[in-house]
Design a protein around this ligand. Structure first.
Ligand code: ZN
Length: 434
């Protein structure tokens, strides 16, 4: 039977499920942060019905009849954390050749992605942006979680990162050219492009796979096997074409960028966020400020590199590049923060062990000079704004999605409090912590 005949027979419509009865949950909080930018409330109760917050009351107010009570009255309840830069389909201890081994198909990376998505949610992250996955794996992981097949955070995915031929997003750059040739024929890379028209076409091809955001590698990258440096890769015209094409289709663009001129060109091209931003100088920070470009500093990525450098884990070319960037950890964030550039939290999880994402807040305070409050704003409403979902999440208010966590201590005073997770709820559903 074809799809059309199914439709005609009314069989597709008949499979629609009847709506489930409303479920009301009351979460008792000892301290409640509704918005990281505002003073915290004292003992309060958050009422959630069918995934949405319906009321925020003082603890003395009566609890609706029949509500399931979640007692977090010795904890701080706050908006769920968000990570604007993760790679769920890989792990930090994967050797560089792991994707050439028999079982590591794109299908297998969906299982890896679901596993890491749950680890990330358990760490208090109720939304993540997946910035670099296979052509279909990132979309599959997102959809499986949305369909309730597995517990996990809300995911916005970029699919494969747009790249120049021989750039950071070219999977076969830096390996034996005969092998590269065979691989490129087996798996055409839809994300590689040249010229403004070619890059508009590649942007559309990536968007057609169902992604939520476009990622580009504006400059070379530390972990790519080739030695194409860390400066600007795409031309100014190519970056403008990608940004305009994606924006016209309603998607934002995130640019992986290390070198200063690559950062400046990406900001001037209208790209929405700079990922890493390692060598940001006065001119590139000025361009970001002028265009309202968000800094996503991924300080935890450097922790991942530091823990693996000098152990024979990376190839020689990668080791050289990694040694150049570790000394600069946090300098870009401090400069952006001082200049008033918008800041979102992003970690590059997958370069370090998944689940340690919350350590980024401590680094944002220690190395970026941010106050604990501003780090928490970046980790919640700041990232929601960058992702374009701030009307739905990032703060707690009636009508918003019930994305919240409970922690020991006060994260407005101590960023390490977010490492002590007692409870996680994503879109009204509790995440099993064990
Ligand atoms: Zn990354």
């Amino acid at each position: 039977m074809t799809f059309k005949t199914l439709l005609a027979a009314g069989l597709l419509a008949a499979t629609a499920l009847a709506p489930a009865a409303a479920e009301t949950i009351a979460i008792r909080a000892g301290r409640l942060i509704t918005d990281a930018a505002l003073p915290a409330r004292g003992p309060s109760t958050v009422i959630v019905t069918d995934g949405r917050i319906t009321a925020i009351n003082d603890a003395s107010a009566p609890i609706p009849a029949g509500a399931i009570v979640i007692d977090q009255s010795t904890k701080t309840v706050l908006p769920g954390l968000m990570d604007a830069h993760v790679h769920l389909g890989g792990d930090a201890d994967d050797a560089w050749y792991v994707n050439f081994t028999p079982k590591r198909t794109e299908a297998y990376s969906v299982a890896v992605g679901l596993h890491n998505a749950l680890i990330t949610a358990r760490a208090g992250f109720t939304t993540v942006r997946e910035l670099g996955a296979g052509v279909h794996a990132g979309v599959a992981v997102r959809d499986a979680i949305n369909d309730g097949l597995a517990p996990g955070p809300r995911i916005l995915t970029a699919g494969p990162a747009l790249s120049i031929i021989g750039g950071h997003g070219d999977n076969t750059y830096g390996i034996n050219p005969e092998v590269a040739d065979a691989l490129d024929r087996a798996w055409p890379q839809i994300n590689l492009c040249t010229g403004a028209d070619g890059c508009a076409a590649a942007t559309r091809a990536v968007i057609k796979t169902g992604v939520d955001v476009v990622k580009i590698t504006a400059t070379g990258g530390v972990l790519s096997l080739g030695n194409a440096g860390l400066e600007q890769h795409f031309s100014d015209a190519e970056m403008r074409s990608i940004a305009e094409t994606a924006h016209r289709l309603g998607l934002k663009v995130a640019a992986h960028a290390h070198g200063a001129r690559g950062i400046e060109a990406a900001a001037n091209a209208g790209i929405d966020s700079i990922e890493h931003g390692t060598y940001a100088d006065d001119a590139s920070i000025k361009a970001m400020k002028a265009h309202g470009t968000t800094m996503v500093a991924t300080l935890m990525a450097i922790e991942g590199l530091k823990e693996r450098l000098g152990k024979g884990f990376y190839t020689a070319a990668v080791e050289t590049k990694a040694n150049q960037v570790v000394a600069l950890q946090g300098k870009q964030l401090a400069a952006a923060y001082k200049a008033g550039v918008p800041i979102a939290l992003g970690t590059d999880a997958g370069v370090f062990t998944h689940g340690r994402n919350g350590e980024e807040l401590g680094l944002m305070v220690k190395l970026g000079g941010m106050t604990p409050r501003d780090a928490l704003v970046a980790a919640t409403s700041g990232t929601a704004k960058l992702l374009g979902i701030d009307k739905d999440t990032g703060t707690l208010a009636p009508g918003k999605s019930a994305d919240l966590i409970a922690v020991d201590g006060d994260p407005l005073q101590d960023p390490a409090a977010v490492l002590k997770i007692a409870y996680v709820m994503v879109r009204g559903k509790a995440i099993p912590l064990k």
